[in-house]
Each structure stands twice: as C-alpha cells, then as structure tokens.
Design a protein around this ligand. Structure first.
Ligand code: ADP
Ligand code: ZN
Length: 617
C-alpha cells in the first residue's frame, strides 16, 4: 500500500502559492543533459544504411574490370575468328570485345580508324556501337542507382537535431492585450514598449532609452507566452518564438548557431518580437563546468548575449524572455541593455480570476447556477492556464453526462478531477474492514484539524478511494487572496497534514509502528512547509541559509527536525484533546463515505465531551 491514501487537498494551498520564498533546499538547476535517445534513433538507421551500402556499393563498383589485350593481339584474334562482338563507343579511348560463347569482356585500344566498323562486319564480327547519348544514359543509370543512397544519407543528416534546421517562419499573432485578463499595470508598460517598437523615433525625440529586452517571470500558466504574443499582435509585428531548452539539446555548437540565425532573421524582418521561453535553460548562472553539456550551454549563453548586443535598440527587435526562476539567471543577462525591463506575472487574484473565467467562458454554455464571481473565490492559487483547463474539463464532464449546459456540479467534479489527477471511484468493490476504519480515522484527523486550526473553507471529506490511488480526501480552500500568512498559520497547516497520521497513531493506542504508510504525501507537503518555517524562524538568527551551501542546508535541516518534532507532539496532544470529535467524524464516515461542510461542522459541534480518562490509554 505504498502509494497510500493520503490527500489533504486544499484546492491549491499556500504552500504552492508562495513557493517562491523557499528555495533553501531546492537543488540547483543544471542545464539539461543532451537527449542521447534521440541520437540513438539516428545512429541505428544510419548504421543499418552504412552496412547495406558497404555490401551493395562494392558489388556495383567492383564489377570485374575487362582484361586489356594489345591491339595487335586483338587483330590476330579477329583473324582466328576468336572475336564474336565488339562494343564500341565513338570517341572513347578504349573499346571492348567478347570471345565466342563467353560473356567475358576484354578491352583494347580504339583504333579510331575509318572503315573499322565495315572491316569488322566483313569479318563476321558483331558490332555494337554506343553513341554518346547512350553513354549518357549509362551514366544516368549509375546516378539513379546511387541517388537513393545519397538521398538517404542526406535525410539522416537532416534528422540530426539542428542539422539543416531553419528558423520557423515568423508569425503574426492575432492575440491582443484584450485577451489578457488582469495585470493592468504591466499592460500599460507593455503598451508603451509596443509603441516604441513600431516607432523608435518616438523615444529618440524624448531622449529616452529604448527597451531591447523584457523579462517575464512567473510560474507556468501565468500568461508569459500569452503576454508576449499579445504584444506582437497588438503592434502587428512579426513574432518569432523559441524554447531555450531546445538550444541546449542540440549538438556541437548548433544551439549557438541557431540563436544567431534566429536573431538574424528577426532583424531582417523587423519590427519583430523574439520570444525565448524557459530562458533559465541557457541563462542560468554559469557553473564553470567544462564537460560537453557545460560547454554547449556556455556557447549558447554567449551567442545569446552577443546576439542581443549585436542589434541596436532602434533596429526594431524586441526580445522577450520567460522564466520561472529569475534568481537563477546569469547576471550578464539582466544587465542594462539586455533584459533590462523585468516584470513578475503573479498568479491571478480574485478579480483577475473572474475576468479570466469570463474570457474563457466564451463559446461555452453555462447553467444559471454557475457564478463566476463565486468560482473565482473558490479557485485560490489557480493560474490562468489552470482556470482555462478547469472550464475545459467541466465542458468535458458535461459532455460525458450528455448535459446541454455546464453546471456547477460539472465544475466541481472537474476541479476534483484536476486536483486528484483522477476521479473518486464509483465502484469501490470489497473493502478491508480494518484498513477502511483506519482511513476513516486518518481523514477525520485532517478534517477536525482543518476545522479547528485554520480559517480554510472546509469543502468536503470523503473516504471513497480515487483512481489515482488515494484512499480518501479532505478538501478545503484557503481564504481568497491572502498574500501573506503568519508563521502560526504555516504551523497550523503542518499540523493539519500531520493530523491524518496522528489520528492513526492514536487509534492504534499511540504505538508508533502501528501507523500506515498512507501519509507519505502529507509528510512530503509538510516537509516543504517546514523548510519555509525554518528560514523564517528565530531559531537560526533570521538568516536565509539557502546561499550557504551544504553547511547551510545542514543547518536548515536541523531546524526542520526540531520544528517537525515539536509540531508532531502538538498535533498528537491536539487530537487527544479533540478525540471525541475525530471519532464522531470517523464513525460517520464509516457509514456514509462522504460528508459536506455543514454536516462536518454540525458533527464537530455536537460531539460529546471527552469521557473521563479517554486519551490516557
Ligand atoms: P506561461 O507562458 O506563463 O506558462 P501561457 O501564456 O502559456 O503561460 O498561458 C497558458 C494559457 O493560460 C493561455 O493560453 C491563456 O489561455 C491562459 N491564461 C494565462 N494567463 C491568462 C490571463 N492573464 N488572461 C487570460 N488567459 C490567461
Ligand atoms: Zn493524509
């Protein structure tokens, strides 16, 4: 039961939203290694071809060369009637002949004498005359024999990534800033940049400096690509887009040459926007490694730097880079004159979420019970892309249920499906009684802790297993749009996560070895939160140890261990204190599988006071 049954689902938790602050134990990102699988795909057909060619070509080339015979001997042979046929090419230095009853070819000098043909015919020798046109047709047949091989070899060469590549043709996106919801302040700035791209003289008049590069930073799905396309669409300029990780996957300096080509093309077709996604793949801090990957990566970065330096701001090229880890970017890239304007695209706030939902609702039919303002509140932490996906998934749900319109229930199901990466199972089959009881207590632990320790909206708890392997789920949503949380709140979240396991622990009479492995994902999430706590706690002197290498990590780890122990103990005593509530929820779950918020709150409120000595087992 290793994949466990361990979810505490907050539609998206703060842990996800604020992960930018952590970083203390994130492994430093190295450029991606080259994709050697791809290379295999090329090497295998190439070697098969080479073997085939090595067999076939010699057969063609080493056709036995005719034996040369002196012309005088040839004349004697003719006299002796030992020549059956002469094969003669006009103007060629040699001619060929065959003896009677044999296919073997001999060659001798071409006498190039007049009347030679007639003389031969009189002697009863067959005379085959090859005209130059026939000669050329021979040449053609040889060429045709080899051509397929040549083409195949060429093809294989083109298959090598980056070989023979061409820069994709420019696009003219139809996206405009109206397609981007929210982010109004950034839009204003981008509009000005778009204007100066079209008309650089505007800036020059004012003596202002023209922006050459814009860096968009934000988590995936926050609209970086959308923004770049909108800028190009709004201005009506050419749009070139590339993904930096592709450059790194190329071989032997090809990535660098691709970078140069891309910029050359963009400059030739100015005004244009060059969009480079995942910039951190080439732009992260040079780690000085000199292995193949390291060299390739440095070459790409240098090519990019000189490409950016190589055009004037007035050339009408704007580079837009996208990254979700700007802290990793090489300082050379973000120097003035390169990516000198930087914008962070945050996850959309409540208002922006409503706008995004409305934007993506176009063309879909919703039931009157769907309220986007409400839905915006319930989707804390969703990215723009996440919201778009939610509505699409809801439409799918409606389709599956053959409904005419998308209802609130479809959206709810879609969000559960997305969060769980699966569905809550309909056919649960036979359940192991003891295990099922443990699951009910585990989820009841999460539920009571969520209800009493946080201000999250408790949505539902279920012990129906999911297709993704979870045995039960407690769903809650953080209060909409809080941007900061207190250390106390993070501690409470850790306790909520620990409460599942702590409840099993208590159910088993507080025997450590009786708990299941069903809390693996709870523990993983709690560990992330503890790392953040460690950075912010007074215990380490308010120092962010993430920049202190291994020694720093050790320090943070020690801090995490202390915090973890402290919070586990607190969770266990919390459950001791509220055990009757946990038991009430668990027993209800045993009968009913799923409880909604109102029912959960009612059970908690009405739960009997602890009986004497309960908990002192
Ligand atoms: P990123 O490049 O940051 O990973 P994208 O720009 O590719 O994100 O966003 C993916 C999709 O999400 C977009 O095509 C768009 O449909 C939707 N989206 C993201 N942010 C917004 C937004 N602010 N307004 C409207 N749609 C958005
Ligand atoms: Zn759990």
């Amino acid at each position: 039961m290793d994949n466990g049954w361990d979810f505490v689902v907050c539609y998206k938790s703060y842990a996800k939203r604020m992960k930018g602050d952590v970083g203390c134990m994130e492994p430093s990102k190295k450029p991606k290694k080259k994709n050697y699988k791809k290379l295999l795909w090329i090497l295998i057909p190439a070697s098969v071809l080479a073997v085939a060619a090595s067999i076939v070509i010699p057969m063609l080339v080493n056709r036995p060369q005719p034996e040369e015979v002196p012309y005088a001997q040839f004349c004697t042979l003719v006299e002796e009637k030992q020549v059956e046929k002469v094969i003669y090419t006009i103007g060629a230095p040699k001619m060929q002949f065959q003896k009677p009853g044999s296919d073997t070819l001999y060659k001798t000098d071409n006498p190039k004498a007049e009347g030679f043909k007639e003389k031969m015919l009189l002697k009863g020798v067959e005379f085959e005359e090859i005209t130059p046109s026939a000669f050329w047709s021979n040449v053609l047949s040889v060429v045709l024999t080899y051509l397929p091989f040549a083409l195949l070899i060429l093809l294989v060469f083109r298959m090598v990534p980056g070989r023979g590549f061409h820069v994709e043709a420019a696009e003219r996106p139809e996206t405009t800033f109206d397609d981007v919801a929210g982010l109004d302040e950034i839009k204003e700035d981008m509009k000005v940049i778009a204007e100066t791209l079209k008309d650089p003289s505007m800036c020059e008049k004012l003596g202002a400096h023209i922006t050459k590069g814009v860096l968009l930073e934000g988590d995936p799905g926050n609209g970086k690509t959308l923004f770049a396309r909108a800028l190009a669409g709004e201005t009506g300029v050419n749009f070139y887009s590339a993904n930096a990780s592709e450059f790194i996957e190329m071989y032997a300096g090809l990535g660098a040459s691709r970078v140069r080509k891309l910029f050359k093309e963009a400059k030739a077709n100015a005004p244009s926007v060059v969009f480079i996604d995942e910039l951190d793949a080439i732009g992260s801090k040079r780690d000085g490694s000199t292995d193949g990957a390291g060299r390739e990566y440095t070459q790409c970065l240098n090519a990019l730097l000189s490409a950016i330096d190589g055009f004037e701001a007035s050339d009408g090229v704007l580079v837009i880079g996208a990254t979700n880890r700007s802290q990793d970017l090489d300082p050379a890239l973000v120097r003035p004159g390169r990516f000198d304007k930087q914008f962070v695209l945050p996850p959309p706030d409540c208002e922006a979420r409503e706008k995004i939902l409305n934007l993506h609702a176009k063309g879909k039919k919703f039931a009157p019970d769907v309220d986007f303002a409400e839905l915006a509140k319930d989707t804390v932490g969703f990215s723009g892309a996440g919201l778009e996906a939610l509505l699409n998934e809801a439409a799918m749900q409606a389709l599956v249920h053959k409904a005419q319109e998308i209802t609130r229930k479809h959206i709810e199901d879609a969000s559960i499906q997305m969060e769980l990466k699966g569905h809550i199972k309909k056919n649960i089959g036979k359940r192991n009684k003891q295990e099922h009881r443990m699951i009910c207590y585990h989820e009841a632990g999460h539920t009571v802790a969520t209800a009493l320790l946080t201000d999250h909206l408790l949505r539902r708890v279920t012990v129906l297993p999911t297709t993704s392997g979870a045995g039960g789920v407690t769903m809650s949503t953080p209060q909409p749009d809080r941007n900061l949380e207190t250390l106390q709140e993070i501690r409470a979240e850790v306790m909520v996560l620990y409460a599942g396991r702590a409840s099993e622990y208590r159910l088993a009479g507080e025997r450590e070895h009786a708990v299941s492995t069903g809390a693996s994902s709870d523990i993983r999430q709690a560990t992330e939160l503890l790392q953040r706590l460690a950075v912010f706690s007074h215990g380490n002197g308010l120092l962010d140890y993430s920049g202190f290498g291994t020694a720093g990590q050790r320090k943070v780890m020690a801090q995490c261990e202390t915090l973890s122990k402290e919070l586990w103990d607190q969770t266990v005593s919390f459950l001791r204190e509220h055990w009757e509530k946990v038991a009430a929820i668990a027993e209800r779950l045993l009968q009913k599988d799923t409880l909604e918020e109102a029912e959960i709150r009612a059970i908690i409120e009405n739960a009997a006071q602890p009986e004497l000595a309960d908990g002192e087992d």
